[in-house]
Design a protein around this ligand. Structure first.
Ligand code: GLN
Length: 389
């Protein structure tokens, strides 16, 4: 048989999603893949049921139902201060995942480089490879996950096509400040690059952190592609409705790629998404308040059970150092640690190496997510306290 695609040999299946399968097989508590296990908001579910009954059951407008693009445009203006024309600047996709892939396919030529902050959400590596770009990594240093301005400036060159930003950040919880985004923007302008910004956790912020979209920094309007989705904000990660906002010429390319990749995101769920985007402010406050409490609970629990957790400023993940526990559990790396932890306690995490280009950098780390109902968090508490203390 002839050789299969060579580039697909250069990356693995998602470890995050594999951990969910391992956890399900073990009947464990899934603190690995970031999805809520509590009920989705009643109003969004009712809107979806109504849309199906109202016969929104055929193909959508390929780049997004007009009602949803209108709702996105209103919301990004009021929450982010980003202006976009629903007619020409928005592509609705199957989740932020497709938005990222379609965006990179739309802007990359072979040999282009993309700058990625590390640790990174694991999709960005394969996204780069599949789009034909070469990634260049910039380290985010704990405990506050800051980067070195010299290292960042040194990564830009003639070949740089784009920088990927994820704020609030998965897995670190870093929320990029306006000053940092201004610094990044200045480099994008200097080197004529795009900023591709994944802002899927924009409503999940702690300790007074403010979300800033790089698209609002002067000069960045036409060189930013802002990616988002309803998955995390409205707790419907299985619906697969996301979008990319970009200038008209960039959007034209993204729409072409999207059309041939997936045709469109599910029509009735797009109508329900439009309803969700008009939720009142109290909805977002309620979401944030649950996550704030869950963050405090999990971080306290991890400290009591021998982990060294960081405290995120946004998103719903905690990276914990497990070096101390590795000896006790008789394991030598993050992968065996995660497997051993499921075996011993039933608690599933994501091995740290999934977030680094060089696995050694994540060898003593695991990622927990805390977007879970209290029942799950209490069960995790029981499991960790009884087996690790
Ligand atoms: N963003 C989620 C995580 O990091 C997973 C998303 C996905 O699996 N598509 O766990």
């Amino acid at each position: 048989m002839k050789e299969l695609s060579r580039i697909t040999e250069t990356f693995t299946e998602s470890v995050i999603r594999e951990m969910t399968r391992i956890c399900d097989a073990a009947g464990g508590h899934n603190l690995s893949q970031g999805f809520p296990d509590f009920e989705s908001p009643k109003a969004i579910k009712e809107a979806a049921i109504k849309a199906i009954q109202d016969e929104w059951n055929q193909y959508p407008v390929t780049y997004g139902e007009p009602e949803l693009r209108e709702a996105i445009s209103k919301k990004v203006w009021s929450y982010n201060g980003v202006k976009c024309d629903p007619g020409t600047d928005i592509t609705v996709t199957c989740g932020a995942t497709e938005a990222m892939m379609a965006t990179l396919k739309a802007i990359i030529n072979p040999g282009d480089e993309i700058i990625i902050f590390e640790p990174f959400y694991e999709n960005y590596g394969p996204d780069c490879i599949l789009s034909g770009a070469a990634p260049r990594y910039i380290t985010l240093y704990p405990p506050d996950w800051s980067y070195s301005s010299e290292e960042l400036a040194g990564a830009f060159n003639e070949k740089t096509k784009a920088i990927v930003i994820n704020t609030p950040n998965n897995p670190t919880g870093k929320v990029f400040s306006r000053e940092e985004l201004e610094e990044i923007a200045a480099l994008c302008l200097k080197w004529d690059c795009y900023a591709v910004t994944d802002e899927i956790y924009e409503h999940i912020l702690y300790d007074g952190a403010r979300h800033v979209s790089i698209a609002v920094i002067p000069g960045m309007e036409d060189r930013t592609i802002t990616i988002n989705s309803i998955s995390k904000t409205y707790s419907v990660t299985g619906w697969r409705v996301g979008w990319a906002i970009a200038s008209e010429p960039v959007t034209r390319r993204i729409r072409k790629v999207h059309d041939f990749l997936t045709v469109g995101a599910p029509t009735p769920l797009q109508h329900a998404a439009a309803a969700a985007l008009a939720f009142p402010d109290e909805y977002y406050a309620g979401l944030q308040s649950h996550y704030e409490k869950a963050r405090g609970f999990l971080s306290g629990l991890l400290q009591r059970t021998g982990f060294k957790p960081g405290l995120p400023r946004g998103a719903y993940y905690i990276i914990a150092d497990v070096e101390n526990l590795m000896d006790r559990l008789g394991v030598a790396d993050d992968f065996s640690f995660s497997r051993k932890l499921i075996e011993l306690t039933g608690v599933a995490t994501v091995p740290g190496s999934s977030f680094y280009s060089d696995p050694v950098k994540g060898r003593t780390q695991v990622r927990f997510c805390f977007c879970k109902k209290w029942e799950t968090l209490y069960a995790v508490e029981q499991a960790l306290l009884s087996k690790l203390t």
